[in-house]
Each structure stands twice: as C-alpha cells, then as structure tokens.
Write a protein that binds this ligand. Structure first.
Ligand SMILES: [Zn+2]
Length: 492
C-alpha cells in the first residue's frame, strides 16, 4: 500500500477560489506543469520562491508514493519586453545589447538558473522543455485554432479572437475578469493595430527584417506568441487535460488565462483540473525592483555581498526561511527576519543531530503517533509548511526534554522519530543537514565576529595600526568588512 492511499490532500484551486479535495485523473499518477523562467537575466529571488514552492509540492507527492511527471519549461523565445503584445523579444534585446547570439544569452542564464536551483537543493523536473524546441508543435496548434475559427491572420501575424471565444466559452474565469469590463477599460487601439480587438493576443508574430529570432511558418517568417509554448508543451507531455498547473500569482492574467483559452479552443475542454499560484516575495516591506535598488540576487545572499544584509546566509537556511511562510501568502524578507530564522534553523538541525545519542527507556512520554499524524495533516492542508515547521519544533522540544532527562522515549519510537524527521525536514522541505562545510562556515563566522570585536576595541583605544591590520588582512583573505551606522558587517 502506498502512503497516498491513506492521506487526503486539499489544495486551494485558483480556478474555483476554493480548497478542494485533490483527486488525480489516474490513480497513483500526477501530471504537473509549472511555467519556468524566461532566461534573459539572472534568476530573480522571487522566482526562486515560486519554483521552490512547487519543488516542495513535487517532493511531498513523491514522498506519498505518487508517480509524478513534473514539467517545467524554459522560455527561450517569444516573451516580449514588459509582457507586451508588441515590441522586442526579451532574449533578442539582451543579445543585441550585449552583442551575443540569442542562444548564448539563453545558455548563460539557463546555466545560472540551474546553478542557483542546485544550491537551493531543488529536484530536477521530469522534463524541462524549451520553447524553441517546440516550434513545430506550436505551429500545429495555431493551425488547429484557425481551423476551429477562434483565430485570424493579419499581415503575417495570427491573433486569438477573444470575443469569438467568449461567445461559447468564458474568457477571464481564472482571474475573475469579465470581457465586457476589459473592453470598457481599454482605449480602442484597433485603428493602429493588426488586431481586431485590443483583448486579442498573438499566437504568431510576423518577424520584422531586423528581428533575429525567426522561424518559417505557413504565415511567413515569424515567432510564436509567449502564451502558446506552455499550451504546446503541457499538451504534448501531459495530455489535453492534466492535474496541476502552477506558476507565480503574476502569471494568472493574461498568461494563464490565455493558456486556458488556447487549449479550450483546440480541445473543447478545460486543460487543467487544479490551478495553483504561489505568492510574491517582498524585501524590507516593499516590492523588489532593480530600478529602486530594493533588490537582491540569490548569489548575493550566499556571499553577503549586498548592503541589505549584515552577513552571508546559507542556501539551505534561506530555503528554511521561505518554507516558514505558506506558499499562497506574501513573504517579506529582511536581514532581521533572516537572522531570526537562522536561529530556528540551527536549533532544528542540532536537535536532529543529537537524536542518535539520545538515551532510550521503556516508555514514551509524549503522543508520538498523534504528533506524526499532525505533520501529515499540516501538509495535507494545502501544503501548509509553516504549520509543519511548528510541529517539527514540537519534536525539538521533546528531544531537548529527553536530553535533560525530564521525558523519555522508547528505542522503537526514537527510530521512527528519526525517520519521520528525515522525511519531513530533508525529503519534503528539501533542507540539507549541516555538513562539515556548513559547520566550517559557521566557525569562520564566529572567528570573523571575534576579530570585528577586537578591531572595535583597538579603534576605541586609538590603536589604528592594529585595526587597519585586521581589516587589510581579512580583505586579503577575501573577507570584506563594512562599517555602517549599525556597526560592522562582513561579506565573503
Ligand atoms: Zn507558462
């Protein structure tokens, strides 16, 4: 018997706005599609949070014994600047500015994406398809939509006819928008546009002569619209209707709405049973944006090279921090929040590592079975990782009481406790145990803090020769000290 047979999972379905009992189409199998990154710049920390949420969901399904086909794509063509319908391809623009082949841009940032995800201990998806690898499939879908009368061709471009689709289907059902309101809220751009209506979206765009990313098609040289690739790849690998489609909250409209329209236009049926959306990550209470300086790259957290931070944080610690919030809630990151989270993370790892040497007795003083069931209950309730973590800290409390001799545990329960913690902490949450390099980093941190103290004392005694020596020699070792209003911080 597989674990999933005894567990009932409820998920918040964005399509219905309700928590629903999750029932896969084929017993024991799950098909899950998540919109991947557009690889034209370093992966954004907010995107890491989204992908991490689905990595945790993927891990939990696997833990329960499901066979999961998890498809997460790479967008390497068709995504235009500002998510607009007109304008330059994000990758082509970067290639032009940096004088690179578009595929050099794609390669560089795909490698960066994989490196960062590996540091965060992500499991690779089952399939990671690219948009440029599925141009033929996308052209076939456009032909199908044209044949069914839900698209039209103008000047070498093909557009989806939203008004026509809305007569028989419901455009806007995922994001809760009404087509009439959308029409009322847009100025009529039809006069200077190839589109019949401003709400229509491109399935195929004609490539202007200067456009470097282009493919031949029945409508001339061009490139696919951004929304189309996900329909092509999810249908190809998961079928016309599959279990779960995930992505960031910001993709609900128009991207996911357009995916639904394309698939329903082709197949006449809803493509996805459960739509899951992960919420955003803010920094110091504000939206992250490069333009305002309120932004941080994953690599800068690991090295501490950003003025927002007082010290470096390990990828596993940052993962723990992210798992402390529910994936549908906004999570705010700050130096203080990370510092507080780090204390908890260390406490959890210390408790786990002390389990082996724990003395056992004839009885267990706490309700071990009830505790274990509560961990599953937390995860079954729409993957509630903050509740799960609270339960894990209940175990930490018991472990510490057993260590002190105030509580006891049997050998069998101890072994089962160790296995359960292993399952939830490492397999499901995807945290990594403090290995020697982490422990060394922590020791090094302690030594640097000590030197910062000594340097402060030297400066107070006006012994600038010593204080400068400490700063310069640390710099030679690659450790930068930064003096600020709040004291001295460091980066590696
Ligand atoms: Zn997508």
């Amino acid at each position: 018997m597989q674990l999933y047979e005894s567990q009932e999972i409820k998920v918040y379905n964005s399509l219905t706005g309700k928590k629903e009992v999750f029932k896969p189409i084929n017993t024991g199998h799950i098909g899950m599609y998540v919109c991947g990154p557009t690889v034209y710049s370093n992966v954004h920390l907010g995107n890491c949070r989204t992908f991490m949420s689905f990595d945790m969901i993927f891990r939990y399904f696997k833990h329960l014994g499901y066979k999961v086909r998890y498809v997460r794509n790479i967008t390497d063509a068709g995504h235009l600047v500002d998510d607009a319908e007109d304008g330059e391809d994000k990758i082509a623009k970067k290639a032009r500015l940096e004088k690179l082949e578009p595929m050099e841009v794609v390669q560089r940032y795909t490698v960066d994406f994989h490196n960062i995800l590996e540091k965060f201990n992500f499991l690779p998806p089952s399939i990671e398809p690219t948009a440029t690898g599925h141009i033929i499939e996308q052209i076939e879908i456009i032909k199908d939509i044209l044949e069914k009368g839900f698209a039209y061709e103008t000047n070498g471009s093909v557009y989806f006819d939203v008004a026509k689709f809305n007569q028989e289907h419901e455009y806007g059902k995922l994001s809760g928008r009404k087509l009439e309101d959308m029409i009322a809220n847009t100025r009529d751009l039809a006069a200077q546009d190839d589109k019949h209506n401003p709400q229509d979206f491109a399935l195929w765009k004609k490539a202007e002569p200067q456009h470097i990313m282009r493919w031949p098609s029945p409508w001339g040289d061009g490139f696919p619209g951004w929304h189309l690739e996900c329909t092509a790849m999810s249908t190809k690998y998961l079928g016309e209707t599959f279990d779960i489609h995930g992505g960031g909250m910001d993709l609900k409209f128009p991207h996911h709405e357009c995916e639904i329209a394309q698939a329903e236009a082709c197949n006449g049926q809803s493509p996805v049973n459960y739509w899951l959306h992960a919420n955003m990550l803010t920094l110091n209470g504000r939206k992250m944006a490069k333009s305002t300086g309120n932004s941080i790259l994953p690599g800068e957290i690991f090295s501490g090279e950003n003025d927002i931070l007082s010290k470096p944080f390990s990828p596993s610690m940052v993962r723990f921090f992210m798992m402390q919030a529910h994936y549908t809630s906004i999570l705010d990151m700050s130096n203080d929040a990370l510092l507080a989270s780090e204390k908890g993370f260390n406490k959890l790892m210390e408790a786990f590592n002390s389990l082996k040497s724990l003395q056992t007795s004839k009885t267990t003083d706490f309700d071990f079975k009830g505790w274990k069931a509560s961990c599953y209950a937390a995860m079954n309730d729409d993957f509630n990782t903050p509740i799960l973590i609270a339960k894990l800290f209940d175990a930490v409390k018991h472990i510490n009481l057993i260590k002190e001799g105030t509580e006891s545990i049997t050998e069998t329960d101890k072994q089962e406790l160790e296995q359960t913690l292993q399952n939830f902490v490492f397999d499901v949450l995807g945290l990594e145990n403090k290995n020697s390099s982490d422990a060394d980093t922590e020791k090094l941190g302690g030594v640097v803090e000590l030197l910062i103290e000594l340097r402060k004392a030297a400066r107070e005694n006006k012994d600038f020769a010593t204080s400068d020596k400490i700063r310069d020699q640390l710099a030679e070792l690659g450790i930068q000290l930064k003096d600020g209003k709040e004291g001295t911080t460091y980066s590696l």
